[in-house]
Design a protein around this ligand. Structure first.
Ligand SMILES: [Zn+2]
Length: 480
């Protein structure tokens, strides 16, 4: 019943707290129907689906790097969030974030845009981490085993579509009621309160300003009052902010020692990048230019960063170079400044210069995937395939489960005419993306490529055997 479980959880996950009202107590998480391992696999399959099918999925390694580092800082404040947290961004103007099974947390760009401080953004993520660490989704599922699959398919699809379309979400709610799923889209106050409480403590323990949570809730409540067209910011639909909830969070935060949290430069750079990449490039450039002229910015360096990015996007490379120099005069150490500098250098026609910037940057920020991806792609472009392979080997040591790196490795081997290695790498990429049949096909192609040595061939054989066994097990599971 793998598929049924998938869909059920997809529906529950995107409407956190949906089925919680009949929960007897919030204490133990003992006898749950869903093991953490299965929950993780279910989450992986939903994320894969979003990544490949949802056009709103934002494939921006710099924003992903930023969310990962913010999430890692928050996880230090919540020891119970033991599962690997993974964050991804969705291009969606509504103010929202959502937790999927297995520790995957989606973050709308609207949330990043609306948060005025990093602590405000962190407070919403901390709340979602609270849902994860308290295993709310697994607890909801433990209550709802009688749901029929076709209903759940429809509901999940409607909720996925309706994430930023209240009209569609309302349709899903009606359909859910028609099928007898009472309160499927209503939210348990107990779970919300628990996620607030745990989230607030997380925020405090991780060194953020715990008052930011109430401040952000109030901001959203005010936004609701002024919108007369009846549409609610996304987060309010899935997380109704009541005055009681705000007061609760406010009181708890007041009892905590105040910590001032200086925003990281990346918080403002990410916000500027989103603005620089939205809409028409010339309009974006003009808007940053005006902001700089009138001194309207939260961070002057970020305004220069945004202006340079928009100029680069508009193809005005000379001006982008000048703006980059202004940004660099702030001497802010950030991987995002390095990649921007390299991109501008490449756009100016100096690919070797760009590669030198990336190589230096990779030494300073070895864990930055954004730098690694950009550097490797740039080496590939320059046909520096051996250097690309060396950089891939180093990065794969840090991120051995990253399918994108294996895909880049396959591309590099292809450029070198090494067919066995190309198909082997491509197979690993597919396997990590969860497409076992495609992975097996690649390994078969590797075996019949005719250009490997004995050692490489036996590696391929062993891996093929493993993948086939894994696939046989999963198809057996699915039939059960
Ligand atoms: Zn919530």
């Amino acid at each position: 019943m793998r598929f049924a479980a998938w869909v059920l959880i997809a529906a529950a996950g995107l409407a956190p707290c949906a089925f919680a009202q009949t929960l007897p107590e919030l204490g133990g998480t003992g006898d749950l129907a869903l093991s953490p391992q299965l929950e993780r696999r279910v989450g992986e399959s939903i994320v894969r689906d979003i990544r490949f099918r949802d056009p709103a999925y934002l494939d921006d390694p710099e924003i992903a790097d930023y969310l990962a580092s913010l999430g890692a800082r928050l996880a230090q404040g919540n020891p119970a969030a033991r599962q690997d947290l993974e964050f991804f961004a969705m291009r969606d103007h509504t103010v929202n974030a959502f937790a999927l099974p297995g520790g995957f947390i989606g973050v709308h760009t609207g949330l990043i845009n609306t948060a005025e401080t990093e602590s405000e953004l962190a407070s919403v993520l901390a709340h979602e981490i609270g849902h994860v660490s308290q295993r709310h989704i697994a607890r909801m599922l433990a209550q709802q085993q009688q749901l029929q699959m076709p209903m759940m398919v429809a509901l999940a699809a409607a909720i996925l579509l309706g994430r930023s379309r209240p009209d569609l979400a309302a349709g899903a709610a009606a359909a859910a009621q028609g099928a007898g799923i009472q309160s499927a889209l209503a939210y348990s106050r107990d779970f919300e309160r628990e996620a607030d409480r745990v989230g607030l403590q997380t925020l405090q323990d991780a060194g953020f300003d715990s008052r930011a949570m109430a401040a952000f809730f109030e901001k959203m409540q005010r936004a609701t009052r002024v919108s007369d067209d009846g549409t609610l910011p996304g987060y309010l639909r899935t997380h109704p902010v009541t005055s009681e909830r705000i007061a609760d969070v406010q009181n708890k935060a007041a009892a905590m020692p105040y910590k001032q949290h200086p925003d990281t430069p990346e918080f403002q750079f990410v916000k500027a990048k989103l603005r620089a990449e939205a809409g028409d490039a010339r309009d974006a450039a003009a808007s940053f230019q005006a902001a700089l002229r009138e001194h309207r910015y939260a961070s002057e360096a970020a305004a220069h960063y945004g202006f340079a990015s928009a100029l680069l996007r508009a193809g005005r490379v000379k001006e982008a170079e000048r703006e980059l120099e202004r940004l660099q005069s702030f001497a802010i150490a950030s991987p995002m400044v390095e990649t921007l500098a390299a991109r501008i250098e490449a756009a100016a026609g100096d690919v070797a210069g760009a590669n030198r910037i990336y190589a230096e940057a990779q030494k300073r920020y070895p864990y930055s995937r954004a730098i690694a991806y950009a550097y490797i792609a740039s080496l590939q472009e320059a046909s520096a395939n051996d250097a690309a392979l060396a950089a891939l080997r180093d990065t794969l040591k840090l991120y051995p489960k990253d399918p994108r790196l294996y895909g880049m490795q396959a591309k590099t081997y292809a450029a070198l005419g090494k067919r066995l290695l190309q198909h082997h790498s491509q197979g690993e990429a597919y396997a990590l993306e969860g497409s076992l049949p495609a992975a097996i096909e690649q390994l078969q192609l590797a075996r019949s490529s005719g250009d490997g040595d004995f050692y490489q061939l036996s590696m391929v054989d062993a891996r093929l055997k493993e993948l086939r066994a894994q696939y046989a097990m999963e198809t057996k599971d699915a039939k059960r």
